[in-house]
Design a protein. Sequence first.
Length: 312
Amino acid sequence: MENLHKPVMLKEVSSFIPKDKPINVVDATYGGGGYSRAILKNFNVSELLAIDRDPITKILSKDLINKYDNFTLLNGRFSEIDKIVKESSLVQKKFDVILYDLGTSSNQIDISERGFSFIKNGPLDMRMGLCDISAFEIINQYEEFNLAKIIYEYGEERNSRLIAREIVKNRKIKFISNTMELSNIIKNCLPIKRQIKLKTHPATKTFQALRIYINDELNELKKSLEKTLNLLKKSGIILVVSFQSLEDRIVKDFFNHNSGKRWRSSRHYPELPDNLATQLKIITKKPLVPSSSEIKLNPRSRSAKLRVAQKF
């Protein structure tokens, strides 16, 4: 199987990783392994633990497993990062670097059978692994109100009610069974004036919403970030590459909450007490974004944001 994934902002990510000492690393979202490969090749790595919920990563990581004795890949949810570390055979249980790449892997998007793409035909699936429900069940079984709520809350789609109404209308005729059917329903129901203004495909936000909901991505992220505080060594760093505003807001709030910085309430993050102990120093006052040359070479990187913080 060909590995299609390109790591985003690899140069920027690498610039924050310590070069002057042996390091222990967690790649919490292994995906196609681009970051792990670069770190193992270019840094003095004692141990690198890679985590991913998608079983396909076992196939794509065979070369690293065979080449590096200090590399371990375990399948699981990164919300259970503490449990995975504890139950692993790693000698070191504290880390110098914990890295998250929250984007959907090209190995998921470009393989039509996974059902993530709105421009390639495939089954309505969208499960990254360890999920209880598929997109097919949501699209064909959920009530119109709940569909609209999912599309609005997780996709920030202003036309969520219209899209939900059209989905229900079409499924009464026959089941919506594949990605292109759903994509065309969304495209055909949106006003032409609205489509002209869009910079992305009309189905982008709806597909994003379904993927986030199915894989419980926002809750997974919040749980995992909280657990990094007990896994990082003193002066250890956490790097997060996000690709949409809901994720970036969670990361920003987490960094702010734990850095002593004044913070504002978010509907996606519980309020924390004002006397919260300061545990992090924010390294990137504003998120870093890809260079124009990287965006040109890899258009999928255009929405990426990198935030970095260091533990006291």
